[in-house]
Design a protein. Structure first.
Length: 94
């Protein structure tokens, strides 16, 4: 069930959907989005590996998108990265 409109959860849900689309435009898969302790963390993956250029492109697009959504009433840090070697498993196929 989708979150109730106008709530922080609803804004995060809409943001996730839009960020998913932005990541796919760069040929990446958005594995996870989390906001914890003032850090918005986006985890990307790609069959042939995520490069710094992929992270940079998604980060810039995410910044513009989140500004349009008026996301984040407070300051926050945005991190965009690949899952790394010690990655958590998000889906059964991982």
């Amino acid at each position: 069930m989708p979150p109730q409109a106008g709530t922080a959860e609803a804004l995060l849900h809409v943001g996730k959907v839009c960020l998913l689309w932005e990541a796919e435009r760069c040929g990446c898969e958005l594995l996870n989005v989390e906001f914890k302790g003032g850090v918005l963390r986006l985890i990307l993956d790609r069959p042939d590996g995520v490069t710094l250029s992929h992270c940079e492109t998604v980060s810039k697009q995410a910044s513009a998108l989140l500004d349009v959504l008026d996301w984040g009433e407070r300051r926050y840090v945005r991190e965009v990265s690949s899952p790394g070697l010690d990655r958590p498993l998000y889906e059964p196929r991982d």
